[in-house]
Design a protein around this ligand. Sequence first.
Ligand SMILES: Cc1ncc(COP(=O)(O)O)c(C=O)c1O
Length: 407
Amino acid sequence: MAGINRNYDKLSSSYLFVEISKRTKAFAESHPGIRILRLGIGDTTEPLTPSVIRSLHLGVDKLADPKRYTGYGDEQGDARLRGAISEFYSRRKITVSPEEIFVSDGAKPDAANIQSIFEQGSIIAVQDPAYPVYVDSNVIAGRTGLSKGVTYDGILYMPCTEENGFFPSLPEKKADIIYLCSPNNPTGAVATREDLRRFVEYARENKSIIVFDAAYHSFVSDQKIPRSIYEIEGARECAIEINSFSKSSGFTGVRLGWSVVPMDLVVEGTPKGRVNALWKRRQSTMFNGASNIAQEGGIAAISEEGIIENQAVIDKYMANARAIRECFIGKGMKVFGGVNAPYLWIKTPGDMKSWEFFDKMLNEAHVVVTPGSGFGPSGEGYIRVSAFGHPEMISEAIDSVKANLKV
Ligand SMILES: Cc1ncc(COP(=O)(O)O)c(C=O)c1O
């Protein structure tokens, strides 16, 4: 008799975005004619850059030509793209060889699937608050107990608070797999070199693995802030880096990402290279490669020319972030993030709960934000505001907050 994977029953329902859309819909229905402004979404809005568009067209043209047509691609991704990604790291004085790079259809699937190559009994540690996929994938894999509201038994939560600058202290108990994300979704905080050095040291001492999500690397403008975990000495022995073209190049719909599994990565009881071989086995068994058209576009996006073009788009989003920062600071509120990240993490006034302030923003300013409590218990009392959006809509939202929000 077939049965379902009962671990799915443990997942707390995708309450956050369902509830946001329910409340937004109810407001729209009871206030017809009011324009609702959305600062809650982490999706890109600006068009792809010219060199990427040319390259995507080239990918399509090749498929129309019998001499240049290609079907299934290289096992770990197009060798030219892996070469370009390796180059991208070497321009930043980081050595990552093409055989250590695995091209995928995005950072989310990699972040979800990477746990499958590690022991079932592994203890998982996550930042609190965090992007939900790190926890949910481990719930589905059966590494946790039941949900207790937004947390699960068996997961180590590392609180990110105002006191620690929204980057956590080391886990209190021994963790085997540690998920870190910098620049961070949702807090917009970035880890310093010293922050990451502490975690790399911990991981090497405890033979743990760090899964480092660098999806927002290109939003870092401060030269002192690492954009890759491999800027830290020793990280090649203990860290996997997950990366994406989504936010750096506007590929949220095109779909392209990569992961780095270094040959030096050591897991107890296995020789060097074994983790890389396992991920290769996992991907070649369960994934058949990213689209060849998307990969053609990726080669342009990660070239020197592509990065310069994309930087102009990122600058646009960061101008939005600056304007949003100034607006909420002007309202006398405490604003974090939004300097090296496209997210702002804003303390609610007067210790209001995240959802209470969500309602206030919607009712008074007609602006939709994301309640911080949906990302973990330490997110209570905060909202996440996204700088992704057309500048005209962002400035309309800012004007409305300035004029209508009563704090
Ligand atoms: C931290 C983080 N990682 C990964 C992703 C997803 O990346 P991708 O579009 O490449 O799957 C997101 C998307 O919002 C994110 O916030």
